[in-house]
Every structure is written in structure tokens, then in C-alpha cells.
Design a protein around this ligand. Structure first.
Ligand SMILES: Nc1ncnc2c1ncn2[C@@H]1O[C@H](COP(=O)(O)OP(=O)(O)OP(=O)(O)O)[C@@H](O)[C@H]1O
Ligand SMILES: [Mg+2]
Length: 504
């Protein structure tokens, strides 16, 4: 670098604009280096000086107690440190480390390197944003240090290092002090405060696998709001689900005192579009204090972390949707076993029996899972079939999804014409009928749905729309005898529904 500068000076006479800029840059670095050298001679490089000044010892005597956390804990780490500062040194000010190689090193490493090179310098703390709710985010320290004291008064420096592109997706807490016990005590207290101020508690979280590193692996979702009347299931079905999941939560203390376990596993199975996810959403809205963790698809790999989080944040609920897809994912399998499904079952087993944690699994291929679940009993203690609605169910669904309109149709023929369809089919049926009503009615106001509802139902049954029927969970197949229900018979209880087709 010094050579560059010298050459630049020699050629000063014919410098272009760019060359002049480069030369100026080199000169600045040269000056900085000499300043650092002089300061280091006096042990006073500003960054080092700041550390030494606060800790009251030479850098060689400083030790660092570091703890790594999952990337998504960054927001909690920040909150824990914030709470610690509020209790011990409310006026403490953050400072940062500037320099181009910051991505590679931990904080202590940067400080040590700063003694021997000009790679790092005193700067302002870096901040990033992190979500703390579906609509809310806060600033968190991405890289910074803050002077504070241990509970016994020993000076310590607390450092936060968020994830970066050069290291595994973890964040770090570093506590620097001359005394290991003091640094440990501070680290321990910050971890305790992290748990006390956990941003995930009582939230609905979705774990996703992101191509990007960082906190987007955990997404906050708004909690649904559903009433019992919004869920149309055969009599007693919702009650038994609710009693199993909500009832145990409500009486957890007495159950524990009576030596009963709290952990529970619920399997909801049935054809697509019958309300498995809908029922899960209802449970979420009933259990407002419950932390919910949703896992789908690729995110299943994070089941271990999700189970740990659920245990920590209990009462909590882990929802694994379409668990049959996991069962079929033989991506990592050697032979006929399925590690991903077994990993899930192991994770379910690993959560202590006394933990107020509910696992909810949904599938439309219960037969796929039967063997694995039977081989490892005790994970699922309630399996509920969510069937296609019977005549009474269809009537209730028509009224439910016709709530916002003036429903004047004779519903009897519609109920009859929709035998064998799913709840989501009825929902779509109403939408189409309302759309027709809105189109026909130029006056505006509440749409009036009359007997054309039955026509729409028949039109939807038309074989030209058979793919739509399949996609809405109807049952296509060879045309039945004249007068047969357009969607085929409702399966007998106990029959197995394989995907879209029903086998007796
Ligand atoms: N039993 C029901 N009662 C009221 N509405 C329902 C019911 N089932 C389905 N719906 C409506 O249809 C939509 C789709 O249903 P849902 O996503 O719950 O089906 P699913 O059983 O989870 O299907 P899949 O197996 O494809 O995941 C719901 O959001 C809801 O609006
Ligand atoms: Mg679903």
C-alpha cells in the first residue's frame, strides 16, 4: 500500500481524476495506519482504548464468554440485552466496530486483530430490523458493544453479533470481562431475560426454509378468529377435538397435580377441503395464550428446533400440515424407512409428557401413516376423521356461507344436488351464486340469492367442470345412473379415502 502511495506521488504531475482519488484513498489509509501505530505505541487506538478504559485492564487479560443462538433468536437476544441494560446501566451507549473484514470474525477476534492491523476501528453500532409480530418490527443491534456491569459491579462489555453471509446462520452473544465468573453471570442473566421477554411467546409462528439467511426463517402470522359456528362438522366432532386440546390446557394444573400427562397428539384426517386446516385455525383462535408453530413442507427439517421452542414457550401447539407428504419424502431415506417422519415422531416423543404441548397433524392419506404411527405408539392419542358433510352439514354450510346475502333459495334441492361434495365446494358454490346475483342486480345492496342456486350447483356438477370438482374435493368418476348424485355417494364411515378417489 505504501508502494502505491509512493508511485502515485512520483507520477503526481500527470494524474487523472480517478488516479487522484485512488491516491487520496491510499494516503488516507497510510495516515490512519501511522496514527494507529503511534496510538498503539501509547496503547490508545480508540477502539482498544474504549475497551481497556471500561474493563480496566489490558486486552490481553480480557476474556470472552460467547453463546451462539439460532438465527431467529436475534430479536430475543437483543431484547434480553436491552432488559439487562435497563436493570443495570440504563444510560449505557452502544458503540461498534468498523472495518471491511467484519463479516468473518467474532467480536473478540476483531478486537485482537485491531491491535495488529488497521482492519478495524471504532465506529457506531450497526442495526437491523427484526419482526416482533405480524405487523410490527423493531431495530436490533446487528454488530455492537455496550459497556455495563455485572451484578457484582465488575465492569463488562456486552456484544451482539447478528448473522452474516460468511458464517453459519447463528447469532452470538459475547460478554467481555477480566473476570470469567462476572462474564458468565452476565451471560446467564441475559439468557434468563431473553426467555422472560421472548418475542415468540403467544404468537402464531410459521417456520420456513429460506434461501436467505436471517430471521425470515420464522414468520409471524395473525391469529385467526373463528367461532364454533364457523366450523361445520358432524355433531360432537368439534367438541371432542376441543375437549382434547383446549380442555387439557384449561385444567393443566389440576391434571398435573393428579399425576396426569399434558402432552397430546391429534391427527385430523379426511379428504381435501373438508376442514382440517379450518379446524386447526379454530383451535388457534380458541387458545389465544398458546404459542403456535406451523410447519409445512421443507420446514419439517426444523422439527427438532420447533419442538425445543414449543417446550420453552408452553402452552404451545405444533401443527404439521399434510404429514403424508413427509411420510412420502424419502429424500434422506436409506431403505424403506422414512427418517423425516420418524424424526417427527421422535421429536413428539422427546417433548416431556408433562409439557403442555399439543401436536396437531393433518393428512388426507391416513393409511400412509398408519403403519408408522402404529409402530411408534403413544404419539397420537386422538385421531379424528373430518368427513365430507352429510345433508345436515351441507345445509349448515349453505347457511354459513350465505350469511352475508339474502338467501331466498329453497335449500332442499341444493342439499340434494350436492351429495358427496366437500365443505370447500359449498363455499365456492355460494360465491358463484352470489357473483351471478351481483351481476344480474344493477341496483346494488345486499345480493339476493334465489332458486338459481340449485342451477349453479348443477352447473358445477357438469362433467365439463370435472377437474374443478376434483380440485374442490368432489369425487369424479364414470357418470352414474340418471338421477344419481352428481358427485358420487358419500363414503361409508370407516372407508379409506385415497387422495381424491374413494375406495370401499
Ligand atoms: N367443515 C367446514 N366448515 C366450514 N368451512 C369449511 C369446512 N371445511 C372447509 N371449509 C372452508 O373451506 C376452506 C378450505 O378448507 P380446509 O383448508 O380446511 O380443507 P382441508 O381439509 O385442510 O383440506 P386439505 O386436505 O386440502 O388441506 C376453509 O378455509 C373454509 O373456509
Ligand atoms: Mg389443509
Amino acid at each position: 500500500m505504501r508502494d502505491d502511495g509512493v508511485q502515485g506521488v512520483a507520477a503526481m504531475g500527470e494524474l487523472s481524476g480517478d488516479e487522484a482519488k485512488a491516491l487520496a484513498g491510499s494516503l488516507r489509509r497510510l495516515l490512519q495506519l501511522s496514527a494507529n501505530l503511534v496510538e498503539r505505541d501509547g496503547d490508545a487506538a480508540p477502539l482498544i482504548a474504549r475497551v481497556r478504559e471500561h474493563l480496566g485492564c489490558d486486552l490481553s487479560q480480557v476474556l470472552s464468554v460467547a453463546t451462539r443462538f439460532e438465527a431467529w433468536e436475534h430479536v430475543n437476544l437483543h431484547r434480553g440485552v436491552d432488559a439487562y441494560l435497563a436493570a443495570h446501566t440504563p444510560d449505557a451507549e452502544w458503540f461498534g466496530v468498523g472495518g471491511q473484514h467484519r463479516g468473518h470474525e467474532d467480536i473478540m477476534g476483531m478486537l485482537l486483530a485491531a491491535r495488529h492491523s488497521m482492519a478495524y476501528e471504532l465506529g457506531a453500532a450497526d442495526y437491523a430490523t427484526a419482526a416482533v409480530g405480524p405487523e410490527e418490527s423493531v431495530e436490533v443491534v446487528q454488530l455492537g458493544l455496550v459497556p455495563t456491569t455485572a451484578p457484582d459491579g465488575t465492569p463488562v462489555l456486552v456484544g451482539i453479533r447478528g448473522t452474516n453471509d460468511y458464517a453459519p446462520p447463528m447469532c452470538r452473544l459475547e460478554v467481555l470481562a477480566a473476570d470469567r465468573a462476572a462474564a458468565r453471570a452476565v451471560g446467564g442473566e441475559i439468557e434468563r431475560l431473553m426467555r422472560e421477554h421472548d418475542a415468540f411467546r403467544r404468537q402464531v409462528l410459521s417456520f420456513g426454509v429460506s434461501e436467505h439467511r436471517g430471521n425470515e426463517l420464522v414468520t409471524f402470522l395473525p391469529r385467526p378468529s373463528l367461532e364454533p359456528d364457523d366450523v361445520v362438522l358432524p355433531d360432537g366432532v368439534l367438541d371432542s377435538i376441543e375437549q382434547h386440546v383446549v380442555g387439557i390446557a384449561e385444567h393443566s394444573e389440576r391434571l398435573l397435580a393428579a399425576g396426569q400427562h399434558l402432552k397430546r397428539g391429534l391427527l385430523l384426517h379426511g379428504p381435501p377441503g373438508t376442514g382440517k386446516t379450518h379446524t386447526v385455525r379454530y383451535l388457534m383462535s380458541r387458545l389465544r395464550d398458546c404459542t403456535v408453530i406451523l410447519l409445512t413442507g421443507q420446514a419439517m427439517r426444523l422439527i427438532g428446533q420447533a419442538a425445543a421452542l414449543a417446550r420453552r414457550l408452553q402452552p404451545s401447539m405444533i401443527v404439521v400440515e399434510d404429514v403424508d407428504l413427509v411420510a412420502m419424502d424419502r429424500g434422506f431415506a436409506a431403505g424403506p424407512t422414512n427418517p423425516l417422519l420418524f424424526t417427527l415422531l421422535d421429536a413428539m416423543d422427546g417433548v416431556g409428557a408433562d409439557a403442555d404441548v399439543t401436536f396437531v397433524l393433518t393428512t388426507n392419506r391416513a393409511d400412509e401413516l398408519e403403519r408408522a404411527l402404529a409402530d411408534r405408539p403413544g404419539r397420537i392419542d386422538l385421531a379424528v376423521e373430518v368427513p365430507r358433510p352429510d345433508a345436515d352439514g351441507r345445509l349448515r354450510l349453505l347457511r354459513l356461507y350465505g350469511r352475508g346475502v339474502d338467501l331466498r333459495a329453497d335449500l332442499g334441492p341444493v342439499v340434494e344436488a350436492t351429495e358427496g361434495v366437500t365443505a370447500s365446494f359449498i363455499k365456492e358454490l355460494l360465491r358463484r351464486a352470489v357473483l351471478e346475483a351481483v351481476r344480474a342486480d344493477g341496483a346494488g345492496g345486499v345480493p339476493v340469492v334465489g332458486d338459481e342456486l340449485a342451477d349453479v350447483a348443477r352447473a358445477m356438477a357438469d362433467e365439463r367442470l370435472s377437474l374443478t370438482n376434483v380440485l374442490l374435493g368432489g369425487q369424479p368418476g364414470p357418470a352414474g345412473p340418471p338421477g344419481a348424485a352428481p358427485f358420487g355417494p358419500v363414503p361409508e364411515p370407516g372407508t379409506v379415502n385415497r387422495g381424491y378417489y374413494t375406495f370401499g
